[in-house]
Ligand binder design. Structure first.
Ligand SMILES: [Zn+2]
Ligand SMILES: [Zn+2]
Length: 558
């Protein structure tokens, strides 16, 4: 069902007036009558207009639409002069929608929809009237998806971006403006609406149980307890969980999530990569019993989207689909694309939280800005400085060779002998071009070498072959830096002083080494022709984590 046209109108009773917009002002009139108000019939201030124009017109009369207010004689005179006609209500007032209203509410609670999305999911009749009823009840917000801000600029109301572009082919007879920032989530434009409804009240209490196939280590249990304290604490609202690469931080958040869910709250676990969402949802299903779990990512069917679950596992972009819904949002890899530096997603996270809701940010490599913010805003800080196997993190060895050129043409012999001696080696380079060139160069003398980068269609197969041992040296761009565990792998970062490698990226790459239980140690080298600040800081951060682990007596070996 298409978005209807809206009429701007006002209702008056002596000195009291109420301005609004509606696809059918008679419906609104009937509604206020049923609430005991004795207004004269509505007077129109416009003909049927697109919602965008109707809202703009309404804002010239009032900033409090649908709210009854006092009006001076002059204001009433102005309205009367502007209203071109009095609307005669039909003898039979339109009936107030009530059938299906419950179903609509349950579909909308805590969500933010584009009109066309809601129309696809809604199975009842006359969506426009049903939504208008919720607007009049004050339960739901309806606004043009792209509207004007107080400066008159066009702005997307879903993602907050002002990057809107004209689209002449969208609607007949008019030029629509479309947001280019969030179009992957469905087209937000001046000719469609956003409908948002906050979740109010708590769900009923639930019996939720956490069952893990293994027990948490001392470091993990301590962190888990701190997260529980954080969700039970009334005063703090943000917590940074800083865990070394491979520390098992997902499991650490289960107990905190359980407590929120048991109280009837809702939890979102958001991660950057779509490929991990389903796998993670399965892990949660195995570990947390007693609540339905929903997995959300780009391209899920509308049937799946329709479901409602207290625990949602989703890609970070999906936060834009929620409105004041969650009591706890857990964000994994906050230091990484796409969350880092994205105003849109940061705003989206805030909007998906209920007032007073809490956030847990998880990362292995917080940058300085984040640590400073954490300090300034008094976030709770929880650290896991050690991996479950209790061995210290391998500390990178800087190999500085001033003769190392920009080209891989001649790699020092010393490097070649290290590469040859390593049982399994991640060889990271800064660019796709170098990735291919280094692999070609090495393959001349060393067997089982392959290259892998983001655009490589065989990326997944190669990572698998590397894991199985069919490939011994994998030359990769930093794409392979996160989220994969290859037992017994060692790490060499070539041209480690490249500007593309900041402290966080270097720590992540070094973190590919020494992860496995049966192979907890490993070697890491940073190779460059001069030492960069990022290299120094990355090595410093890793040493500091090991120091912290030692201080807390979390290391099982010296
Ligand atoms: Zn947008
Ligand atoms: Zn249009």
């Amino acid at each position: 069902m298409r978005l209807p046209k809206y009429i701007v109108y006002y209702l008056a009773e002596k000195k009291r007036i109420r301005l609004g917009l509606s696809p059918d002002p008679a419906l609104d009139y009937h509604y206020w009558q049923s609430q005991g108000y004795l207004y004269s019939p509505p007077r129109a201030l416009s003909g049927p207009l697109p919602l965008f124009s109707a809202q703009r017109l309404l804002s010239t009369f009032t900033h409090k639409p649908f709210v009854e207010q006092n009006a001076t004689f002059l204001q009433r005179l102005r309205l009367k002069w502007r209203s071109h006609r009095s609307l005669t209500p039909p003898l039979d007032l339109p009936s107030l929608p009530s059938v299906g209203q419950q179903e609509l509410e349950s579909l909308m609670r805590g969500k933010l929809y584009l009109w066309q999305e809601l129309a696809r999911l809604w199975r009842g009749e006359d969506l426009a009237s049903a939504v208008q009823r919720l607007v009049l009840d004050g339960k739901c917000q309806l606004t043009a998806a792209v509207g004007q801000d107080s400066w008159g600029r066009l702005v997307c109301r879903r993602c907050g971006s002002t990057r809107v572009e004209p689209d002449r082919w969208c609607c007949k007879d008019t030029t629509c403006f479309q947001c280019v920032e969030c179009d992957a989530l469905g087209k937000a434009s001046t000719c469609t609406a956003l409908v948002a409804m906050a979740r109010t009240g708590q769900d009923i209490r639930r019996d939720v149980a956490v069952k893990l196939a293994f027990s948490l280590t001392a470091a993990q249990s301590a962190a888990s307890r701190k997260l529980v304290e954080f969700v039970q604490n009334q005063t703090s609202h943000t917590c940074l969980l800083w865990a070394v690469c491979g520390a098992g931080k997902t499991e650490v958040s289960y107990e905190a999530a359980r407590i929120v869910l048991a109280k009837g709250g809702r939890v979102l676990f958001a991660i950057p990569r779509r490929s991990v969402v389903r796998e993670l949802a399965e892990r949660f299903k195995g570990a947390i019993g007693g609540v339905p779990i929903q997995a959300l990512y780009g391209g899920v069917s509308s049937e799946q989207r329709r479901r409602e679950a207290p625990l949602v596992i989703a890609t970070t972009h999906q936060v834009l689909r929620f409105y004041r819904n969650f009591d706890l949002v857990i964000l994994d890899e906050v230091d990484a694309f796409p969350y880092r530096g994205s105003q849109m997603l940061q705003r989206g996270v805030e909007r998906s939280l209920r007032p007073g809701g809490k956030r847990i940010y998880m990362t292995a490599t917080p940058d300085r800005a984040m640590l400073e913010r954490a300090k300034g805003e008094r976030w709770d800080l929880v650290r896991i400085p050690v991996r479950p196997h209790g061995h210290p993190l391998p500390v990178p060895v800087p190999l500085i060779d001033p003769s190392l050129g920009e080209e891989p043409g001649r790699l020092p012999l010393r490097l070649l002998s290290i590469i040859e001696s390593s049982p399994r080696l991640f060889l990271f380079v800064p660019s796709v071009r170098l990735c291919k060139a280094v692999a070609v160069k090495l393959a001349k003398t060393i067997p089982k070498v392959a290259s892998c980068h983001a655009q490589d269609p065989q990326r997944d197969q190669k990572l698998l072959a590397f894991r199985n041992g069919e490939i011994r040296v994998l030359v990769a761009t930093s794409v392979a830096e996160r989220g994969i565990t290859v037992p017994g792998a060692e790490v060499m970062v070539l041209f480690a002083n490249s500007q593309l490698f900041d402290e966080g990226v270097l720590v992540q790459m070094a973190g590919r080494s020494g992860r496995a239980w049966d192979n907890p140690t490993g070697r890491v080298w940073f190779v460059a022709n001069s030492q960069s600040q990022a290299m120094v800081e990355a090595i410093g951060q890793i040493k500091e984590q090991n120091h912290q682990a030692e201080q807390l007596r979390l290391l099982t070996v010296a």
